[in-house]
Design a protein around this ligand. Structure first.
Ligand SMILES: O=C(O)C1=C[C@@H](OP(=O)(O)O)[C@@H](O)[C@H](O)C1
Ligand SMILES: C=C(OP(=O)(O)O)C(=O)O
Length: 464
């Protein structure tokens, strides 16, 4: 597994760069294209491994997919009930979104599918999606989780849907905000003659709602409530033709790097700026960060903008409440910004971070401490004692197999007093295969090592 060696920045980061296609939107586009009627075209940046897992799953259900270039997919939709029983278990890899969204569609099928994942995904909680799907008549079984009472983990066996082979209506209140669970319920709602109502404690990302609405599915949203009432709907999804916007979660690492490397100015081009995803920018505003969003139109109901970021004198903030759901994947990089801010930053209401690809609260506390940053772990967040000046202590840290932890640590390394090392960094390809190449293009010095030796060339991603 390659490591990254990050050298302290000796000059400003500067430039305008693309970022990977939004991972959440891409999962949805691939999945909906597979069950739509007709040939869909999805364009965007080259796929990360999580999106590849969704693509491979669709192929395993018999969907024909061509990739005429690394940035384009042509998907022959088989219609809502056109998926075929797969010959083997479907490997969702590291991707929670793949597993939980697929569960919604598979709940309605007349065959059984086994969903498996890597070691990290096999530890993540799945009862949250299984329970409401069972309530609407689906069969879902998993392994009982010995660490958590009433919890199940992958492998998941889903289906076949018992006679009369229709899911029933549901009115469901999510105990924890989750776009994955909400999306699974809405996707399963495409197969139910009765209505689907989902209510969340706070609004999570709404890409599924926007995409389904753009495809003519009758959806109504009011605050944190979504209703899909299929009466009067044709029961068919038209093919999609979409250029997926860039991923704000990936862009956040670059915008954050620009804040903390003196003199920097960085632009991430054509980024999705859906308000259910811009919690990072709001938190950054609270830290007196330097950024601007320049509107660049819309795609399938998703607003797009160029995001500019520049070096800033940050101050500590409090991140909690509803903004957490809209910044959930950006909290690791926000912790890095907190380390470079004047005062003590408090992150709370973020217990969900403990059930992501790693326990991101514990993992980030270890990373921060390794760089000499004082922090206190809390059950639902942490306190971080920022230092607006002086280099951090160069460190050697583990990615813990978590792409966002690895990238956050790499950005912190730009402000250290010597070269830092992020071990086991191949996981970055999960969401941002060109992370290293992009940071280098902006002026950072990063090496990708294999077998203990440092390589300075190549390295589009951590996967050298
Ligand atoms: O729906 C999605 O695309 C996602 C939802 C979030 O997970 P939860 O639904 O578990 O909050 C997020 O952390 C994940 O990276 C992607
Ligand atoms: C949590 C993430 O993804 P997933 O849940 O799809 O594994 C993430 O990308 O940070």
């Amino acid at each position: 597994m390659p490591d990254l060696v990050i050298h302290p920045a000796t000059k400003p980061l500067f430039g305008s760069v693309p970022v990977p296609a939004d991972k959440s939107i891409t999962h949805r586009a691939i999945l909906l294209a597979g069950i739509a009627s007709g040939r869909s075209r999805i364009r965007g940046a080259a796929l990360g491994e999580d999106n590849r897992a969704t693509l491979a799953a669709l192929r395993a259900f018999g969907i024909r997919i061509e990739e005429p270039s690394p940035t384009e997919m042509l998907i022959e939709g088989a219609g809502l009930l056109g998926l075929q029983a797969p010959a083997a278990p479907i490997d969702c890899g590291n991707s929670g979104t793949t597993m939980r969204l697929l569960a919604g569609v598979l709940a309605a099928q007349r065959f059984v599918t086994r969903l498996i994942g890597d070691a990290s995904l096999s530890r993540r909680p799945m009862e949250r999606v299984a329970r409401p799907l069972r309530m609407r008549g689906a069969r879902i079984e998993g392994n009982l989780d010995p660490r958590r009472v009433g919890e199940i983990t992958a492998p998941l066996d889903i289906g076949p849907l018992p006679a009369p082979h229709t899911l029933c209506g549901i009115e469901y209140e999510l105990p924890v905000a989750s776009a994955q669970v909400k999306s699974a319920l809405l996707l399963s709602g495409l197969y139910a003659p009765e209505a689907t109502y989902v209510r969340e404690p706070i609004v999570s990302r709404d890409h599924t709602e926007r995409m389904l609405s753009a495809l003519g599915v009758p959806l109504r949203t009011a605050g944190a409530m979504v209703e899909l009432d299929p009466s009067g709907w044709s029961g068919e999804l038209p093919a999609l033709d979409v250029e997926v916007p860039g991923d704000i979660s990936a862009a956040s690492f670059l915008i954050a790097a620009a804040q903390i490397v003196p003199g920097s100015h960085v632009t991430a081009r054509r980024v999705g700026v859906n308000p259910t995803r811009t919690g990072f920018l709001e938190a950054l505003r609270g830290m007196e960060g330097v950024f601007a969003v320049e509107a660049r139109g819309e795609e399938m109901g998703e607003p797009i903008g160029d995001v500019h970021g520049g070096a800033a004198a940050l101050r500590a903030t409090r991140v909690g409440g509803e903004v957490v759901a809209r910044a959930i994947d950006e909290l690791p990089i926000l912790c890095v910004l907190a380390a470079r801010a004047r005062g003590v930053t408090e992150v709370r209401d973020a217990a969900e971070l403990r059930v992501k690809e790693s326990d991101r609260i514990a993992a980030m506390a270890r990373v921060l401490r390794a760089f000499g940053v004082a922090c206190e772990e809390r059950p639902d967040g942490m306190l971080i004692e920022g230092r607006e000046e002086g280099a951090f202590t160069a460190a050697e840290v583990e990615s813990e197999g978590d792409h966002r932890v690895a990238m956050a640590a790499a950005v912190l390394g730009l402000c250290a007093d010597g070269p830092s090392r992020v071990r086991d960094a191949a996981c970055i390809a999960t969401s941002f295969p060109r992370f290293v190449g992009t940071l280098r293009a902006l002026g950072a010095t990063i090496e990708v090592t294999s077998d203990g030796g440092a390589e300075s060339g190549g390295g589009e991603g951590a996967k050298a």
